[in-house]
Design a protein around this ligand. Structure first.
Ligand code: HAM
Length: 435
């Protein structure tokens, strides 16, 4: 049988030509999260399978159909399908919840779900997400939503709709489940097999089923907003008040139930219409019972995650700006071994200053070195030929303008290059100083 050496379906390579786009999202996400006081956390790529069964929920699509699980030496491990469960596990295991509350952490990580791949839906995808533990107050919900919006705004994204809903607490949900069960019981013969089994255990999951028939049936089902208890209702109203106070536009969508079982009260999604069916770029909400469920003291919590691939697709479709790709600052062309030795010395000195410097590593002719320097788009070119080495005088060529600046090949070399590269010419330095 022929070897299959292609990347698996639903995975992507992020090549050097595109990495600046990822840096753009990662840099914005990090700096906005840090400005709200969130600290970065890094967690394992896989966890004990029970962690996800317990938190994401036994009756969810994620646990029932999409997890990558391996049996290794009699223990079942699962590649994380999302970041919340592992993050809360890590917060508990490292005692973060004994520190000052609220605890606020963010993460950038890869997730794995065995879904049917399509535009914006991958089997390995990446999330920027965050979790805040310790506050039950609606002001925390508003803060987290405003952070998500700040990330989207800073990336330059436009027209992303915010939808919010409340899915109540265990108290109000008991009544709601009764109504929902009665509704679907009457339409039971049309439900898919998975949803039939969900009818008893967790009828809300039917509202999230990807089968078109169950989706259609769910359209006229009772909505949770009509069943909220006083506490949940007040919480939801206060959240809306805060969002209005911050001028954050939103619509209430009573159909949002989210695909993970741990949510309580507030749930929300930011959705774009620019990238097709998989337009939810961010999803999140409150999960006041999860920490206790995972063995901690009761502690309310909430968070969200954004799909980085979906953010990038939307940014590309909207023509948003990305950080400039890195490029070579200086190429040093050489003609003989003496030139190579000097090039190595200068390159190392300049690299310590943070410049990207290259010289020939292939024993190429001078002409081919020029071609290579051109291909990598170097900003400056320095030729170290016999003449330059003997006289100690060289010329630095600005490859964009063609302008040549004389440089002495002595102890002043690094400073002189730095000045030219940063200010364009020596006069620029004088301007800076006199200014
Ligand atoms: P989620 O809605 O399952 O929530 O995923 C969050 C985001 O990840 C989605 O809005 C989407 O942008 C992206 N995403 C999900 N699945 C895929 C996929 N197959 N391919 C590409 N992108 C995808 C969570 O994961 C929760 N842990 C969020 C959260 C954090 N809630 C509270 N804290």
């Amino acid at each position: 049988m022929a070897l299959n050496l292609k990347r698996p379906n639903g995975t992507e390579d992020i090549t050097p030509a595109n990495i600046h786009k990822w840096y753009t999202v990662e840099q914005v996400a990090r700096s906005v999260a840090q400005s709200y006081g969130f600290r970065e956390i890094r967690i394992p790529t896989f966890e004990n399978t029970e962690l996800f069964q317990r938190s994401v929920g036994e009756t969810t699509d994620v646990v029932q159909k999409e997890m990558y699980t391996v049996m290794a030496k009699e223990t079942k491990f699962t590649l994380r399908p999302e970041g919340t469960a592992g993050t809360i596990r890590a917060m508990l295991q490292n005692g973060l919840l004994n520190e000052a509350l609220p605890q606020k952490v963010f993460y950038l990580l890869s997730c794995f779900r065995h879904e049917r791949p399509q535009a914006g839906r991958l089997r390995e995808f990446h999330q920027f997400g965050l979790e805040m533990a310790g506050s039950a107050e609606p002001v925390a919900d508003a803060e987290v939503i405003s952070l998500a919006k700040a990330v989207l705004d800073t990336l330059g994204l436009k027209g992303i709709q915010l939808y919010i809903n409340s899915i109540g607490c265990p108290t109000c949900r008991a009544e709601y489940h009764k109504a929902l069960r009665a509704y679907f019981e009457a339409r039971k013969d049309q439900l898919c097999d998975t949803c039939l089994s969900r009818l008893e255990k967790n009828p809300m999951r039917i509202l999230d089923c990807k089968s078109p028939i169950c989706g259609e049936l769910g359209k006229d089902a009772p909505v949770i907003l009509d069943y909220l208890c006083e506490d949940c209702k007040t919480h939801f109203e206060k959240l809306q008040g805060y969002l209005k106070a911050m001028d954050i536009d939103f619509s209430i969508n009573p159909k949002i139930v989210r695909g993970l079982d741990y949510y309580t009260k507030t749930v929300f999604e930011f959705v774009t219409t620019d990238i097709g069916a998989q337009g939810t770029v961010c999803g999140g909400g409150r999960y006041d019972g999860l920490i206790e469920e995972l063995g901690g003291q009761h502690q309310p919590a909430l968070g969200f995650a954004m799909g980085i691939e979906r953010l990038l697709l939307t940014m590309e479709s909207q023509g948003c700006d990305f950080l400039e790709p890195n490029h070579c600052d200086l190429y040093i062309a050489t003609m003989d071994p003496e030139g190579v030795s000097r090039a190595m010395q200068y390159a190392n000195l300049l690299r310590q200053e943070g410049f990207w410097v290259e010289y020939d590593l292939l024993g190429r002719s001078f002409k081919s070195q020029m071609k290579y320097a051109d291909k990598i788009g170097t900003s400056y070119l320095l030729v170290l030929g016999e003449n330059e080495l003997t006289t100690g005088n060289a010329n630095l060529k600005n490859m964009k303008t063609g302008e040549q600046t004389p440089l002495l090949l002595d102890d002043s070399f690094v400073d002189s290059f730095t000045n030219v590269a940063m200010y364009g010419m020596f006069d620029g330095v004088m301007d800076e100083i006199s200014f």
